[in-house]
Ligand binder design. Structure first.
Ligand code: ATP
Ligand code: MG
Length: 238
């Protein structure tokens, strides 16, 4: 069997004396959709940030596309194909919607193709088209999430990493954001999703990991976890 696209072993993240991630093991094959769920403070965001080079990790191995990437900074990881939409979205508030989208594609040389992908995105999200020249900071939360997703996609990542895409959104926007995520996945994108709405996360992914106090307490097929009594009681509000 070939090596998974991403494999994380024994990853540890500390903030001073606090061990936020004690030992994370996680693997994703190319084209697979994987979710990481768990209670507040379990260490999900810290894990994603360490993976994407936004913070340092204190131990462990991370391999992506056959190479070790632990300690590689975020901008270099973007070049290698890992794009992350962080918690809170991280758009450039003072830049226009269009400039934000173009920023996502700054490494690409195929500008014509980029423009047609931007046009396609705007067809799907007329709200963004109307506000194309406006400062991105003026967009609603849901529109900002769409923009952040669009920007990440324009880098043509091999692995898309999303931290809480539904956070703070009205149900109708959550639906739209997840429609976009699902259509992207249907085209073969590899996804690592952290999502507070565990039911939604399990519904849109193939495999899932449950994180509890800094390590993985359970993992399996998402469909199996949806039926797991422990998961239902702890994370699905049943
Ligand atoms: N910059 C920081 N400095 C110190 N402690 C931090 C920092 N960031 C996170 N922590 C702590 O690390 C632990 C894990 O936090 P993290 O944000 O990774 O959890 P999470 O699973 O993403 O939670 P949530 O579901 O609330 O987003 C928590 O105890 C948190 O208080
Ligand atoms: Mg978090």
């Amino acid at each position: 069997m070939s090596e998974p696209l991403l494999s994380i072993h024994g990853l540890q993240v500390c903030y001073g004396a606090i061990q936020a991630v004690k030992s994370l093991d996680l693997q994703i094959s190319e084209g697979e959709r994987v979710s990481l769920i768990g209670a507040n403070g379990a260490g999900k965001t810290s894990s994603l940030k360490a993976l994407t080079g936004l913070i340092a990790s204190s131990a462990g191995d991370i391999r992506f596309a056959g190479r070790s990437i632990r300690g590689v900074p975020a901008h270099e990881l973007l070049r290698r194909g890992i794009a992350m939409v962080p918690e809170g979205r991280g758009i450039f508030a003072r830049m226009s919607v269009l400039e934000n989208l173009q920023a996502g594609a700054y490494l690409r040389r195929d500008k014509q193709q980029v423009n047609s992908e931007i046009a396609q995105l705007l067809d799907n999200f007329p709200n963004l088209r109307i506000r194309l020249q406006q400062a991105a900071g003026l967009l609603s939360g849901g529109e900002q999430q769409m923009l952040a997703l669009g920007r990440a996609l324009l880098s043509r990542p091999r692995l898309l990493v999303l931290d809480e895409p539904s956070m703070g959104l009205a149900p109708i926007m959550v639906e739209k954001v997840f429609e976009l995520i699902q259509s992207v996945c249907a085209s073969g994108m590899t996804l690592l999703l952290v999502e507070q709405n565990a039911r939604l996360a399990l519904q849109v992914t193939d495999h899932a990991y449950v994180m509890d106090s800094g390590s993985i307490s359970l993992s399996g097929a998402s469909s199996a976890l949806l039926d797991n009594e422990q998961v239902r009681a702890a994370y699905l509000g049943e």
